[in-house]
Design a protein around this ligand. Structure first.
Ligand code: PYC
Length: 310
């Protein structure tokens, strides 16, 4: 395996590792087709880059690729410790800040292509990015699940660039010191979704669970369980987008009103609905990232863990 050149950043505490060179050859075709090839054949490379000992369970990789549209600033494939993501809000913020840090991207508006469609991303200053995400929508409302050990749980299924099951409640336990219990609860909900055959559109797996409650310091606080079992340290851009779609469907959020969503570590995104098209909303969100490191990852052929701890 050849060396991999990366730049690390964090967005509201959630890490992004941008891969600048050393990624696998995914051939031609659309980003969705290249994502499918990555999923089918490059799990070992993915694990080597984001898992321990070079990364950890919360690390999200961002593989730079030629865009679908040559007018776009970049194409990107986001991946985590178990697979790929459709879109990633915190990762897009990290990507723009990283490209600017490297001198590859000027302040202003850019198009970034992802496997689930183009997103607009405006670099407002060296650290602040505003994203016009892919359209978001609520797919199913009020889905009741029997969750072993937790009883009846009711939530919504929504798309925000990834699939989410969102559970709203008057809960005050969405804190860093309760992360282990929240992870167990959200994992049980995800298992129950699978057991009950609840999916997103076209049978898509719901791989993110979002628990939402009130807070005095923002409009909502959320805990988001990511596909591999880590929790999102940021308020989760695609999760916030899915939440906006649900709020709009319930008549609780009008276009243009700023919604502040806070993570369990207390980091915040500002988000709002830019436009409405039938059942779909176009979310915009704003957040900040900081570059934390630049490295060349090396993989010695004798290293038994060169493909990560699996
Ligand atoms: O910010 O959209 C997001 C995200 C997805 C998974 C982790 N972060």
């Amino acid at each position: 395996m050849t060396d991999v050149q990366v730049v690390d950043s964090h967005t509201g505490g959630e890490p992004t590792r941008v891969v600048l060179a050393g990624g696998p050859d995914l051939g031609g075709g659309s980003l969705a087709e290249r994502r499918a090839r990555f999923d089918a054949a490059h799990g070992a490379w993915r694990d080597a880059v984001v898992r321990e000992p070079r990364g950890h369970a919360a690390m999200v990789g961002a593989l730079l690729l030629p865009p679908d549209d040559p007018a776009a600033a970049a194409g990107v494939l986001f991946f985590n410790d178990v697979g790929t993501l459709g879109m990633c809000g915190h990762g897009t913020i990290g990507l723009l800040v990283t490209l600017h840090h490297l001198g590859h991207l000027a302040l202003g508006e850019h198009r970034i292509d992802t496997p689930v469609g183009p997103v607009g991303a405006t670099l407002l200053d060296a650290r602040t990015v505003e994203i016009a995400n892919v359209p978001a929508y609520r797919h199913r409302a009020g889905v009741a699940l029997d969750v072993p050990g937790y009883g009846r749980v009711v939530g919504d299924v929504a798309w925000g660039g990834n699939w989410f099951f969102l559970v709203h409640g008057d809960r005050r336990d969405l804190r860093l010191d309760t992360v282990a219990a929240l992870t167990a609860e959200a994992s049980a909900i995800r298992d129950a979704l699978e057991a009950a055959g609840v999916t997103g559109a076209d049978g898509a797996v719901i791989d993110h669970v979002e628990l939402i409650g009130p807070t005095a310091s923002a409009d909502a606080r959320s805990f988001v369980l990511c596909p591999g079992g880590a929790y999102d340290r940021s308020p989760c851009g695609t999760g916030t987008s899915a939440h906006l779609a649900c709020l709009h469907a319930e008549g609780r959020l009008t276009p243009g009103r700023v919604w502040r969503q806070e993570s369990v570590v207390g980091s915040r995104f500002e988000a709002w609905i830019d436009a409405v098209d039938g059942a779909q909303v176009r979310p915009r969100l704003r957040g900040q990232a900081f570059v934390t490191g630049e490295a060349r990852l090396r993989f010695h052929p004798d290293d038994p863990f060169r493909f990560g701890l699996r």
